[in-house]
Design a binder for this molecule. Sequence first.
Ligand code: CA
Length: 264
Amino acid sequence: MIIPSRPMRSLSIGGMLVLGVTLACAAPEGSAQYRVVRTLPHDPAAYTQGLLLSDGVFYESVGQYGFSDVRRVEVETGRVLARQPLHADRFGEGLARHGNRLIQLTWQHQTGYVYDVESLAVVDSFTYAGEGWGLTSDDTTLIMSDGTATLRFLDPESFAVVKEVRVTENGAPLSKLNELEYADGVLYANIYQSNWIVRIDPATGFVLGWIDLDNLVPADKRGSEADVMNGIAWDPATGHFFVTGKRWPMVYEVEFTQGVGSRE
Ligand SMILES: [Ca+2]
């Protein structure tokens, strides 16, 4: 797996385009593309694969064999209020809410699980082809990523694929779409093994912009076990987002101010 290096990009200063300037040293509290509102605690053992905010609490899907679960988490403290473990041979992935149900994907088991949002009891399951990565809901359909550039739109009752949309930037497919969050008509996606969040038009699959979160976590706050950034949750009440990562000790509440048009 190739880990993307920090990209070079063009920088416009005073209307002049300066090419090949690396944008570094952005302040940890934000950048031109985001502003940190709050830093909140997060279970540093949670290998976050799905995150959403609903009814004032987080619902989180945790991965890794033997450690996977679905959990309800107190926003302010990171305290796990309830959890439903997965069988040890299942690897939890994306998580979405539809009505009073939570839907969780698994990585390679080709099985999704449906939970009652109150009790977290498993009430149903379904199967799909390929891998399961990210999942979110646009209130009408579920939107699923699988590591490729293709998003699947699933009927939230039957889980049948109702359409597929290929994500492209300037005509080139964009793969490694990971955790997802639908917010106000725009789809946000983590890009696996990077600190970029991409904004996508879910109707066309066209990339709308990028948010560079490379400087979000100060090196001394990251924790030795921390893995890649993953997990986006939208708060429609404030318009803010919560972002975290796999085994990150914190969740950041951020305001996305502007996505840049390109990573280059
Ligand atoms: Ca999400």
